[in-house]
Design a protein. Structure first.
Lengths: 366, 447
């Protein structure tokens, strides 16, 4: 740690006192933290006071951020759960998401020509969602079986590299199957236009995305906290050997973790198609990286952390350039949204290395 | 133990053979060697051991050396275009045009013509660099037709011209690759680079003139994606537009792989733009057009793109309806109609982008220049590379796109720029390119 703590004996040999010595390193770090906060606050102050954007436009940016962030959260859940049980980052998860989105595209395309699409959009959306979930879950489970289970005892670097290889394999497999061209999602008429919620005008597609994502995340949280499978997941993440001794099927639990993570990614894929209707075989790469960043931001291994991290990252990306960078008159600040997002990650890691909510899937009790 | 030692030996042998293969293969970096001297990988089959100056030929090679082609051997050219990804239509269109040009020409001075390389420039600098390096490793390649994208053209221009060959592009338009048309060389200009497409200083001025005079709009936001082509075009537009008296309310940028354009569009709305000029590529252009309609404050905004978006896959998207585009003029001559017929017969569809005629002209211009300066030395055809460059600077070639005459910085076209619109009636790219609202020539723009 940066503070040196010396314990001195009290005047009468009584209770000791702790004295912190201030080292140059700690001064520097605190100075850095204060400087960063000052830069952000000053930039924000300049942006807001210049009146460039109206209040409703700031709200719009916030809502865009939350909806993109919700999609990142759903993908981040897969990363964080797998890290929680297996202590490695599954880089192929971005591609699991992309497969879900591709299947969603083809199903939506097929449905769009039928009367079901126009007649009952909710049912069509559910069909698209479920097909995407099934596809992603299958891919996640297959990848686990083929690529990760044989490496179950290996040093942690090995499955990490394997996951990178699996990621490339999936990308180019899909490219071979569907071609490199960009696919355009068919439009859903009831989703165009806006909702008026408490006087706020929000795009319908974004409302659907946020509501669906929140519902899935809430469902997952209940699943992990309240059901037996969820309990066994938490047990395996805390201590796999003891869990096995307690009679928990560790292998089965791990498969279920991958399956649930894959299902979440499938939902994310379907929702992605609603918000960003263009898709190609490479579309999983960037959201995968952003989702990994979100998981780290929120505390890797922590489910609520992944949700929080995802939404935060989305908001930083969306609002950050306009809030902080525009104040300093940086030209083309919107191009720097990725810089803002990753800088946020770096800063969270400087301020709080374990992420916003800390690192464990299972709570340390007692 | 024996097993381990054996394996180690095998691994060592494998590594050594890999190293030898890598080092022995590519000696294309030598810019002044005459071709075929002691290259183990040359495929031209030149087996003259004494091809240095003097020999038995009266030819005095220039500073860049010569390429010698034995009797019956093909004259090699290469293609470096964007043939994959979302801009694949831009490159594929031009590769097809090059192939048609080769088929039409047949042979030069008794030598067949071979398209020795069909490399992918990936529409970025990495692709341009890698593709160009791969091409010049073959010392028999005389000329390279490419690149598609100016971003790839920047490193390719350097690599190819440093190796003595010529690079002729049918679709690079960024001013940095040649000049600003006012006598100042572009920052990435290298002698040996030519292009038959327009210089974006012209396209930017034409687009600006259209917006200011025809549409009567004065508040414009520009969006580029950091690529030299898009940046060059938006700068040219901004300079010309402000010169006419308009206001650029927000010159901004996105990244090429960005999907969420709503924040930047919110900024554009806040700046009060009446028109957004975004001369970028797909898929970023798809997202911009789609999301512009959804952002509050941009319901009435006019969208305008440029030739990067003039592709068959873009104009069919519903969100691009009523968009304006600037682009090179589509020729209307009977020769062009013949070319289109040949294209359709060979590939089963009409041309898919806007630069096929330019690539056809580029290829044919190179063939004409080669024909003019080639010399025979016994049975061997000798092409002096410096003479080829000088010839390209001095010839006047009548092509599909007009009369081509290359200035000191490699701009060969004296182009007209068309402003087109994509309306509901236009079902495909051919329809859009035919729906011309106005054309500007260089004289109209005072350049």
């Amino acid at each position: 740690m940066t503070h040196a703590t010396t314990v001195t004996a009290g005047p009468a040999g009584g209770p000791t006192r702790r004295v912190s010595r201030i080292t140059p390193v700690s001064v520097f770090l605190w100075g850095l933290r204060i400087a960063i906060v000052a830069v952000i606050l000053y930039g924000s102050f300049l942006s807001i006071s210049s009146g460039r954007l109206t209040a409703s436009q700031w709200r719009d940016l916030l809502v865009f951020g939350i909806s993109t962030g919700s999609v990142y959260s759903l993908i981040a859940l897969g990363y964080t759960m797998v890290y929680g049980v297996l202590r490695f980052i599954n880089f192929a998860h971005g591609e699991v998401f992309m497969v879900g989105a591709m299947v969603a595209f083809y199903v939506a395309n097929g449905l769009a020509t039928t009367s079901l699409w126009v007649g009952s959009p909710v049912v069509s959306l559910l069909i698209v969602l479920i097909s995407a979930m099934v596809a992603s879950t299958s891919v996640a489970v297959i990848v686990e079986r083929v690529a990760y289970r044989p490496l179950r005892g290996a040093p942690r670097l090995i499955p990490l590299i394997t996951s990178i290889g699996a990621s490339f394999t999936l990308q180019y497999l899909v490219r071979g199957l569907v071609g490199p061209s960009t696919k355009a999602f068919p439009r859903m008429e009831p989703l165009r236009g806006t909702f008026d919620i408490f006087g706020l005008v929000i795009l319908r597609s974004q409302v659907v995305v946020i509501v669906a994502a929140l519902a899935m995340m809430g469902g997952l949280y209940l699943f992990v906290e309240r059901t037996r499978t969820g309990k066994s997941m938490r047990a395996v993440s805390e201590d796999p050997e003891t869990a096995a001794l307690m009679g928990i099927d560790v292998n089965g639990t791990i498969v279920r973790v991958f399956a649930v993570g894959g299902a979440m990614a499938g939902v994310a894929g379907a929702l992605w198609g609603l918000v960003f209707p263009s898709l190609n075989f490479f579309s999983g790469f960037l959201p995968g990286i952003k989702a990994f960043t979100s998981a780290v931001l929120g505390g890797i291994g922590n489910i609520v952390g992944a949700m929080l991290g995802g939404v935060s990252l989305g908001v930083f990306e969306s609002v950050g350039p306009s809030l902080v960078l525009a104040g300093y008159e940086i030209p083309a600040f919107s191009q720097l949204k990725d810089v803002v997002a990753y800088a946020a990650l770096v800063m969270v890691l400087i301020f709080r290395p374990t992420g916003i909510l800390g690192e464990r899937l299972a709570q340390e009790r007692g | 133990m024996k097993m381990k030692r054996g394996l180690k030996l095998l691994a060592l042998l494998a590594v050594i053979s890999l190293v030898l293969a890598a080092c022995g293969g590519g000696e294309g970096g030598d810019t002044t060697t005459t071709a075929g001297v002691d290259e183990p990988t040359t495929t031209a089959g030149v087996d003259e051991p004494t091809t240095t100056v003097g020999g038995d030929e009266p030819v005095e090679p220039g500073e860049l050396g010569v390429i010698e082609i034995a009797a019956g051997e093909p004259i090699k050219i290469a293609s470096l275009q964007a043939i994959s990804g979302d801009v694949a239509s831009l490159g594929t269109d031009q590769v097809r045009a090059t192939e048609i040009a080769i088929a039409d020409k047949g042979e030069i001075l008794g030598h067949p013509i071979e398209l020795a390389f069909n490399e992918d420039d990936l529409c970025n600098s990495e692709g341009g660099q890698t593709g160009a390096t791969r091409i010049i490793a073959d010392p028999q390649v005389v000329a390279v037709i490419g690149t598609s994208c100016s971003g790839a053209g920047v490193p390719a221009s350097n690599v190819v011209t440093s190796a003595g060959r010529v690079l002729v592009s049918g679709s690079n338009t960024s001013p940095v690759l040649t000049s600003d048309l006012a006598g100042n060389a572009g920052s990435e200009y290298h002698p040996g680079y030519f292009r038959t497409a327009h210089n974006d200083a012209i396209q930017g001025a034409a687009a600006a003139k259209f917006v200011f005079e025809e549409l009567g709009l004065t508040q414009v936001a520009t969006i580029n994606d950091g690529d030299p082509y898009t940046q060059g075009l938006t700068s040219a537009f901004e300079g010309a537009f402000e010169g006419l008296g308009g206001t650029i309310v927000l010159p901004t940028a996105v990244t090429a792989d960005q999907t969420d354009m709503r924040p930047v569009l919110t900024e554009v709305a806040a700046a009060g733009a009446e028109l957004i000029f975004f001369p970028i590529f797909q898929p970023a252009g798809d997202f911009l057009a789609e999301q512009a309609l959804e952002v509050a404050g941009l319901e009435d905004v006019v969208l305008m793109g440029a030739d990067g978006l003039l592709s068959d896959t873009y104009v069919v998207l519903p969100q691009t309806e009523n968009m304006y585009f600037s682009g090179p003029q589509t020729p209307t001559t009977p020769e062009y109609a013949d070319f289109v017929a040949k294209y359709e017969a060979a590939y089963g569809e009409p041309p898919i982008q806007s630069f096929h005629a330019h690539a056809y002209d580029a290829t044919n211009m190179v063939f004409t220049a080669i024909e003019n300066i080639s010399q025979m030395s016994g049975d061997t055809l000798v092409i002096d590379l410096q003479a080829l460059r000088d010839e390209l600077h001095s010839i006047t070639y009548d092509g599909l796109t007009g009369t081509l005459s290359c200035d000191d910085f490699g701009d060969c076209a004296s182009p007209n720029i068309d402003i087109m619109q994509n309306t509901e009636a236009e079902a495909d790219i051919a329809g859009v390119r035919a729906n011309v609202l106005i054309s500007y020539s260089r004289e109209d723009l005072g350049l």
